[in-house]
Design a protein around this ligand. Sequence first.
Ligand code: PXG
Length: 292
Amino acid sequence: MSIQIYINGKYYSKEEAKVSVFNHGFLYGDGVFEGIRAYNGSVFRLREHLDRLYDGINTLMLNVKETKLEMQEIILETLRRNNLKDAYIRAVVARGVGDLGLDPVYCSDPTVVVIADTIAIYPQEMYDNGLKIITAATRRNNPEGVNPQVKSLNYLNNIMAKMEANRAGALEAVLLNKEDYVAECTGDNIFIVKNGVLITPPTYAGILVGVTRNAVIELANEMGIPFKEKLFTRHELFAADECFLTGTAAEVIPVVDVDGRIIGSGKPGNITKKLISAFKELVKKEGEPIFK
Ligand code: PXG
């Protein structure tokens, strides 16, 4: 049976779920999105995802009619209609249908799309052995332009970096900012451990403030792991004792090799392993129930 996709108040099959070629989401990448996950009948940190979505909606001045609470209900209802307990949810808010000019003034109401489907889980081997990643030549876009805190429909820098990773046979690429500090990966935030201290780049490095990142910081605090938000360079990344990435799809995933430099022992580190287990426990414990 085909999945049911929400578009502006109605549900459509995968084959029938279509938007106009005049939608500025398509013509200009004008819009925002979220990638959200449900575990065993509960949506993980839905409030945080909605807050980030609406912060982006506010910055781009999208005239969204739905309140945050209504959007939450749309997401939960889409999961119910598809009878999903474990899922990957993609919410998209695009500018809407306009003319060929870029001026959003001539656009109709925004287009709200919610897709919920089963999640393709990464192979266990990656968590056991860790990832090899590369540094991309493509830089993270400048916060002075579209701030990376906005999860916009324009992911071209990330896609350029992803293509660099593909060509190098790596699964992720780290992007530096224009000051040569490590920002984040194409779809994940990055952490290192040095001398027992957990370190991640601050928001002003030019990052998406990840929901998984924030959850991991909370866990580290609860577990008494010393933590700092601090800028670090590619050299400091090479010299780290441990490294891992965080994201909704990947959760917490170890990194053991960056541009051919072995990180620490070349195996997932102890703090990394502790945080992987703690995160697995956390997603079981909390979340917004789908079926009330
Ligand atoms: N940085 C960027 C640039 C992201 O897009 C994250 C960090 C992690 O944030 P969360 O909130 O998920 O912890 C993201 C989000 C994919 C995919 O299919 C992943 C994201 C976005 C779009 C697609 O892997 N990650």
